[in-house]
Design a protein around this ligand. Structure first.
Ligand code: SF4
Length: 227
C-alpha cells in the first residue's frame, strides 16, 4: 500500500471527535474537491507491506482506534480490505473516511464508514457519490456533507430527506467548509461559511443532523499536517 503518513493524534471529526486515534493516510485521490485541504496526498507516498503497516500501528499502542483516510483510501481497496480484516481480528476499532465514489459493499460491516457526500460547492467532485452505496450503510456509519453556502445546505437537506438517510446511517454530519487559504489563527473566521448561519438553518428546518467542526483546525493551526 502507498502511504503518505501514519501518526497518532486525536480524532478531529465525527462522533469519535476528541478520541485518541491512529491515522493511516493513503496516497492518491481520483476527485478534486474545490475546498480540498489534503492536496499533498494526490501524488507521492511510499510503498509499505501490510506487515509493515501493522507493525507501525502496534508501535502506537495502547491506541486501538484507527482511521484510514487520504486521499481516497478505497482506491487501494485490494490491499486495504485484507488489512482491515487483520486489524478487526485483533480488536481494533476501525474507521474509513471516503467520498463514496468507489463501491463500499466489501468494506467489513464492523468498520465505521464516514462517507463525505460531495455537495455542489465541491466543484468538479460534486454529485460523485455512488447511490448504490446507500445499501451498504449500517448504523455504524456516518454521512458527512461539507457545506460552503446555502446551495450546499439545500442539497444536503434534500439528499437527507429523499434517501431517509437518518434511518440508514448512525449520524449525519454537516461540516462548514474552511477557506482554501486559512490564516494560522485557530478561529472560526477561517471558515468559508459562518457556522452560526449553518446552525440557524439546521434549527429552522429541524434537520436530523449534527453540526461537525473539524476540531483539529482549532487545536492546531488549520494547515498543520500530521495532527
Ligand atoms: S476526496 Fe478528499 S482528498 Fe480527494 S479531493 Fe476531495 S477532499 Fe481532497
Amino acid at each position: 500500500m502507498h502511504l503518505i503518513e501514519l501518526y497518532k493524534s486525536v480524532q478531529g471529526e465525527s462522533s469519535f471527535a476528541g478520541v485518541p486515534c491512529i491515522f493511516v493516510r493513503l496516497a492518491g485521490c481520483n476527485l478534486r474537491c474545490a475546498w480540498c485541504d489534503s492536496e499533498y496526498t494526490f501524488t507521492g507516498g511510499k510503498p509499505f507491506t501490510l506487515d509493515e503497516i501493522e507493525q507501525q500501528i502496534k508501535a502506537l499502542a495502547p491506541c486501538t482506534l484507527v482511521e484510514f483516510t487520504g486521499g481516497e483510501p478505497m482506491l487501494q481497496a485490494k490491499e486495504l480490505l485484507p488489512l482491515m480484516d487483520r486489524l478487526l481480528a485483533q480488536d481494533y476499532t476501525l474507521m474509513i473516511e471516503t467520498s463514496g465514489e468507489r463501491p463500499l459493499a466489501e468494506v467489513p460491516k464492523a468498520v465505521h464508514k464516514i462517507v463525505d457526500v460531495k455537495c455542489p460547492g465541491a466543484g468538479s467532485a460534486a454529485n460523485t457519490f455512488r447511490l448504490e452505496n446507500l445499501e451498504a450503510l449500517t448504523k455504524n456509519d456516518e454521512m458527512k456533507f461539507v457545506i460552503s453556502n446555502r446551495e450546499d445546505y439545500d442539497f444536503a437537506r434534500d439528499f437527507i430527506g429523499t434517501h431517509a438517510l437518518h434511518e440508514k446511517a448512525g449520524q449525519i454530519l454537516l461540516s462548514p467548509a474552511f477557506t482554501k487559504t486559512p490564516s494560522p489563527q485557530r478561529t472560526a473566521d477561517n471558515m468559508a461559511l459562518d457556522p452560526r448561519k449553518l446552525v440557524e438553518w439546521m434549527l429552522a428546518d429541524g434537520l436530523p443532523a449534527r453540526l461537525s467542526l473539524q476540531i483539529h483546525k482549532f487545536i492546531w493551526e488549520p494547515m498543520k499536517k500530521g495532527v
